[in-house]
Design a protein around this ligand. Structure first.
Ligand code: GLN
Length: 194
């Protein structure tokens, strides 16, 4: 299995390091030519406007949309924004998931914060998972077959699943906990088998 990590901008190195710890081979995706042969793709955190503009400049929007029809894709933070349909402001998006995002949406905690909560769908489910938010988005509207996967105690949705597409507003790649990467690797395996 080879998982691509979009490497136009942002914290793609951290995602690759996490995959390596799981023994999964990863490749940097900097152009459309890097897509063939990949089994799944991670879009990292960073700055969604910058990443979106680079995707447009490099003609990557349509090829990435096509890739995501048949492959598992996971966006973290800025990557989650790029997967969403709408942010309420004009910016290039992949618009692949049936949800909208509001950027920098954590009120006065706009810069960053961390919280530990139970995440029952992880393997193993204990201990609680340490979520790291850095100017992250919230999912403001979820429709169709997209579903809220994880909510904070105050009800804010911070992870969404839409078929083989996953979006998280926090940064598992910035922790030493590999359970979310393992969860995505299982998604890649299931999508590949279908
Ligand atoms: N605030 C950034 C954006 O709106 C996302 C931040 C991040 O990826 N850590 O694109």
């Amino acid at each position: 299995m080879i998982i691509g990590v979009l490497a136009l901008q942002g914290d793609f190195r951290e995602h690759r390091a996490a995959l390596k710890k799981l023994g999964i081979e990863s490749h940097e995706v900097k152009a459309n030519d890097d897509l063939p042969g990949l089994d799944g793709l991670i879009i990292p955190g960073g700055e969604s406007t910058t990443m979106g503009k680079l995707m447009v400049d490099y003609g990557m929007i349509e090829p990435l949309q096509k890739f995501a029809k048949t492959h598992a894709v996971w966006g973290t933070c800025a990557g989650a924004i790029l997967l969403s349909k709408d942010t309420g402001r004009p910016q290039p998006l992949l618009a692949l998931m049936d949800c909208d995002t509001t950027r920098n949406a954590f009120g006065r905690q706009v810069d960053s914060f961390e919280i530990e909560i139970p995440v029952p769908f992880l393997e193993p489910a204990k201990p609680d998972y340490h979520l790291t938010f850095i100017r992250g988005p919230i999912f403001s509207r979820i429709r169709g077959k997209a579903q809220a996967l994880l909510q904070l105690p105050d009800g804010k949705v911070v992870a969404v699943l839409d078929g083989h597409l996953l979006a998280t507003s926090f940064h598992p790649e910035l922790t030493n906990d590999l359970r979310f990467h393992r969860y995505f690797v299982e998604m890649v395996k299931r999508t590949r088998a279908n």
